[in-house]
Design a protein around this ligand. Structure first.
Ligand SMILES: Cc1ncc(COP(=O)(O)O)c(C=O)c1O
Length: 380
């Protein structure tokens, strides 16, 4: 570039690497409890917005975390030896097939950065976890969103989309999916993986697998080198605040991911807590039983209130709350719930403006939610 071609705009530090970055909106997190208390002066807040475990985490985690407190001046083990060993045993894979992440979001990001370039495409379903489309934009790649079928992934159409876009590098599939809670049959998924070229990575995001053990597609790893499974300790294990996730893949893929990740991407406390949490499968069983029981209860309440919902296989449920006759919208109900100390998730960002996603709480939380919702819906 000649000096006289330099203008104010191309000298600006605000020119992003790719134009698609300008189309990105920051990820909207569930409102933190502290923020609601500050804004509305309500104490006694019930948060049902981020699919966290309302039962907390295993008591074994407290001990493991406490043991680390005297060691905080020391870097963590960058290879996460003990946690990887425990995960290898738990999932029946080799240690070399595991990549650890600072939450599973970190792994999704590492995957995109490792494999997706400017001329490539990422394929995902309409209503799938919003981060997939963000990753395509971050990489300056094409995002191919395939229309959903009854709120779930339409795998035949997704397979066609891969064929139509030979530059596809990654297909992201959340199973069960957030925010719809829909689940895919094992046979269908296997067929899908068979139908796409082996050069396309199929990333199965199993963040909610503990709530739906039948969705476990671990077996596909032995059959297909292009399958990657991503899991998290943030949901059923109750460690969202610590940020630990992991990916299972072929050794060759893991070798690449481990080059891209930050050397100490999981903290010392996170490593110890995750290993302790994994060892307590009784806690996971209790969590699943509570979730199943409370999910059935919530479904009955929504039926009684005349609200539609999508059958969910995870720890949240998507509820339709538009009441046209009475001019009640999902946004107005979301706001009214907030003002009364109940945080749920509006789904406008997913193109579902009439729906709310509600995390299943413990009995007391759910009772409070339903009582508050009923009073809002029946207000004159
Ligand atoms: C489908 C799915 N994948 C990944 C994540 C990221 O979770 P984390 O980064 O806490 O592991 C979430 C969180 O909501 C999710 O719903």
């Amino acid at each position: 570039m000649q000096p006289d071609q330099l203008t104010a705009s191309n000298l600006s530090p605000l020119v992003p690497a790719y134009d698609s970055i300008l189309a990105l909106a920051p990820y909207q997190t569930g409102k933190p409890i502290e923020e609601l208390t500050r804004e509305y002066g309500v104490s006694d807040v019930v948060k049902l917005a981020s699919n966290e475990n309302p039962m907390g985490c295993s008591p074994r985690v407290t001990l493991a975390v406490t043991e680390q407190l005297g060691q905080l001046s020391r870097y963590p083990d960058g290879n996460g030896y003990y946690l990887k060993q425990a995960l290898a045993d738990f999932n029946d894979v080799k240690v070399e097939q595991i990549t650890l992440g600072n939450g599973s979001d970190d792994l999704l990001d590492i995957l995109a950065r490792s494999f997706v370039g400017v001329d490539d495409a990422i394929v995902y379903s309409q209503y799938a976890f919003v981060v997939y489309s963000m990753l395509a934009k971050m990489q300056g790649a094409m995002d191919v969103e395939v229309p959903a079928q009854r709120f779930g992934h339409d795998l035949k159409a997704m397979s066609q989309a891969v064929q139509d876009n030979p530059n596809t590098k990654i297909v992201f599939i959340a199973n069960p999916n957030n925010p719809t809670g829909t689940q895919l049959a094992h046979k269908e998924l296997r067929q899908f993986v068979t139908s796409v070229p082996s050069s396309v990575l199929v990333v199965l995001d199993e963040a909610y697998i503990e709530y739906s053990p039948e969705s476990n597609n671990r077996a596909l790893l032995d059959e297909f080198d292009n399958v990657i499974i991503v899991r998290t300790f943030s949901k059923a294990y109750g460690l969202a605040g610590l940020r630990v996730g992991y990916a299972l893949s072929s050794v060759a893929v893991a070798e690449l991911l481990n080059r891209i990740r930050q050397p100490f991407n999981v903290s010392r406390v996170g490593l110890a807590a995750a290993a302790a949490a994994l060892a307590d499968q009784d806690f996971i069983e209790k969590t699943r039983l509570m979730n199943d029981e409370q999910m059935r209860w919530l479904e009955k309440q929504f039926d009684t209130l005349g609200l539609g919902f999508v059958k969910s296989h995870a720890n949240f449920i998507m509820v339709e709350v538009q009441v046209e006759m009475e001019d009640i919208t999902a946004a107005s109900i979301h706001q009214a719930l907030l003002e009364q100390g109940v945080i749920v998730r509006p789904l406008g960002v997913y193109g579902l403006p009439n729906w709310l996603r509600i995390t299943v709480g413990v009995a007391e939380d759910n009772l409070r939610l339903i009582d508050t919702l009923r009073s809002i819906l029946t207000e004159d």
